[in-house]
Design a protein. Sequence first.
Length: 343
Amino acid sequence: MITLGIESSCDETGLALYCSERGLLANALFSQVDLHALYGGVVPELASRDHVRRLVPLTRQVCQEAGIPITAIDGVAYTAGPGLAGALLTGAMMARGLAWALQRPALGVHHLEGHVLAPMLEPDAPEFPFVCLLVSGGHTQLIHVAAPGQYELLGESVDDAAGEAFDKTAKMLGLSYPGGPALSRLAESGDASQVKLPRPMLDRPDLDFSFSGLKTAAITRYKAFMATEPASTVAIDAFRANLAASFEQAVVDVLIGKSRRALAKTGLSRLVISGGVSANSQLRKAADELTAEGYRVFYPRLEFCTDNGAMIALAGAQRLQRGESTDLAVSVKPRWPLDSLMA
Ligand code: ATP
Ligand code: MG
Ligand code: FE
């Protein structure tokens, strides 16, 4: 069974073809990063307009890459939420229209289910059950995943998501959007021990997170340094790198600490780390500690950590195969809790 996956929840147009028997057949992505960089963040109206421009050409591209005619598609899966309403509607309309024309089922997929199941696109796919640390631009959650579709929220950020904190801290340091990867690169030349930052909520027994205070602490340290020291460019550059390294280390410490606690609490041995921040090399290095402790850690390949159509095609394929589909009325859910899928 061949499923076309369509991702358009934010600033990436992702299309992919996933075959239940043969795996991923084709994947194409257009990132709008350059479009939004000028504004320092995603402009929803511009995002929607650009998705509309890319959807049809990218659909053609994946069919060509897979060497199949469009009529070979057995079902169409699209991201129905959470995300930007207008952006979601472009993918939903495309999916519904195409499915109707082909007389095939269409299915609205939860974007976070896509992120959670993304490591299943890899040859070394995790078995169920597992704990998922979902760390993206909009979410930081620990999820108990009993089986596909069985998600129980164990804890989440009470304020900013980890990726959001990365992006905002990077913006304050004058790095270009999206700041996460840029801040991580800057951190490589820094010494984290030179700037002390807090580890928010790490000493609390629950599995919730908070990153807003950490971001503010980093900003406060930067402003204080810039205001008081008559520093040379070299000293400023060194401080920026040290601050970036310390910020990254603080985020990683909290993410790994809480993941270890979630594994202990649930008694599970497998951890999946997914979402944009799972591409972070310091996070992956720190997760090796968990491997040394006897846990198994799984990730999506780097290009499938951030938004993509492949994870939506895979998540959709599993549900379509179980006979699920969405009716002809197109609706999207900009807000949509993952654990409501259980109901
Ligand atoms: P959500 O999935 O919650 O709706 P999103 O789709 O915007 O949010 P993703 O595309 O999964 O989020 O991830 C984007 C986020 O990942 C951004 O905040 C980006 O800065 C962050 N990110 C990507 N690579 C890295 C990295 N190497 N280090 C730190 N952060 C990173
Ligand atoms: Mg994005
Ligand atoms: Fe995402």
